[in-house]
Design a protein around this ligand. Structure first.
Ligand code: GLN
Length: 428
């Protein structure tokens, strides 16, 4: 097929929040404050975390009940619509969704952990439901997305420049949403290397991947911990030493807006990239240095996107046909493993994609610390024969910017990437 290359330029904003259960109004007002700061430099998309306004750690169906809303109701929809109309952008926001049976009110509502996409006229462009659940979701009988991972087209007016003719075209980006645990192995039971979410993305040619998250920092006490008592003591001590309330820090912002000179209480994070950067090797086990990103999580997230990363070994595995039996064992239409298909050594080669990770920060219940470190990444589909490292030093990915682990804030970046589209009829 005759394809033309379009250069797409978008401005993307990520809002990192620390929502606490029962403090909806305060969270909304801080979100509005951050939006007012980016308003003079409006983005094309604003992304918020998972359960961005409600808080995350619900203990039961009864506990979450007052926070559940149908897709076009409730605070997440209202705020998203307000932002989208005001900034003329898309807003993507995580929220607890209920689906009420239309005919029979006696049937229990179905509940999902969802993210809405609201367009600039305030309409719902998409509603995604989390497919892989974390045990906290199971506390309140959340259901898995029956549709599984999905892609959808997100239209942008006059955002694609034809590299041959210089003309500007409308462009529909192949978009996909993943909510937090969607990035992990299913139920933490599937083999780590199955990489279900990122394999789906390369198999489906996703160009924009957006992840609202409430990802835990490793200092959190979870039901998988054997040393939970010591961990709790360590976290309590860290919060005390840093003068933080047990519900985390709030109201001190880190603001990092490309193209704007904005005064900010917390200085922007230093760029993380080079192989020499010792932070790349760090294991972030204590909840401290809250003004810096959690580099171990950043690297872990990247590793979960291995099918997008250049990897020298992939080519030799492919030529020795080592991956074929694994691909053949997969059920339900999967066609790749570690980024290779049966007939292509690297499905993502020569393509480009943008990844937006919008994580929350703060602490809930005194035991669940979130990792913050929201960021915007670009995969460039190059260096397939060269790279051995599977972390941020891999040249096929750049971290365009990120926020710290502990503070609320906003990050805005201009992204610039190429997509291919069939040549329009009139150009043939
Ligand atoms: N894998 C994630 C974590 O460990 C899951 C959390 C979530 O789905 N919110 O933090």
């Amino acid at each position: 097929m005759n394809l033309s290359k379009l250069n797409v330029k978008l401005r993307i904003a990520v809002v990192q929040l620390n929502p606490q259960i029962g403090c909806l109004d305060e969270t909304i007002s801080r979100a509005k404050h951050l939006i007012s700061i980016i308003k003079p430099h409006p983005p094309d998309i604003v992304v918020f975390p998972e359960f961005a306004l409600s808080g995350y750690s619900f203990h039961s169906s009864k506990h979450i009940e007052p926070y559940l809303y149908q897709v076009t109701e409730g605070p997440a929809y209202e705020l998203s619509r307000h932002i989208s109309k005001q900034l003329k952008c898309y807003t993507i926001m995580g929220y607890p969704e209920k689906v009420v049976s239309p005919n029979d009110r006696s049937i229990n509502d179905k509940c999902f952990n969802s993210a809405i996409v609201v367009d600039s006229s305030g309409e719902i462009a998409f509603n995604y439901r989390k497919s892989f659940l974390y045990h906290t979701d199971e506390n309140w009988q959340c259901l898995e997305n029956p549709a599984g991972f999905q892609t959808f087209e997100l239209p942008f007016k006059k955002k694609g420049r034809d590299l041959q003719t210089g003309e500007m075209h409308d462009v529909k980006l192949k978009t996909s949403i993943g909510i937090c645990m969607d990035l992990s192995p299913y139920k933490f039971e599937a083999p780590f290397h199955d990489m279900e979410f990122s394999s789906f993305q390369v198999e489906n040619d996703s160009e924009l991947i957006v992840c609202p998250m409430a990802w835990l920092h490793s200092s959190s006490v979870t039901n998988q911990d054997e040393d939970s008592k010591q961990k709790k003591e360590r976290l309590t001590k860290a919060l005390k030493e840093q003068g933080l309330p047990s519900c985390g820090s709030q109201g001190k912002y880190q603001i990092d807006i490309e193209g704007a000179d904005t005064a900010t209480e917390i200085p922007a994070c230093k760029p993380l990239e080079s192989e020499q950067d010792h932070r790349l090797q760090m294991r972030d086990t204590n909840y401290e240095e809250l003004d810096q990103p959690d580099v171990s999580n950043v690297n872990y997230w990247l590793l979960r996107f291995l099918p997008f990363l250049a990897c020298k070994l992939r080519k030799s595995w492919f030529s020795e046909r080592l991956l074929v039996p694994v691909i053949q064992k997969f059920k339900s239409g999967r066609t790749s493993y570690l980024g290779a298909s049966t007939d292509k050594s690297w499905l993502f080669e020569k393509k480009e994609a943008i990844l937006v990770l919008a994580n929350r920060c703060g602490v809930e219940d005194g035991i669940t610390a979130f990792a913050g470190s929201s960021g915007i990444y670009k995969f460039n589909g190059k260096y397939g024969d060269q790279e051995e490292s599977l972390d941020l030093s891999n040249k096929s990915v750049s971290l365009l910017g990120n926020l710290s682990k502990g503070y609320e804030g906003v990050l805005v970046r201009n992204v610039d990437f190429q997509v291919r589209r069939p040549k329009p009829q009139f150009m043939k």
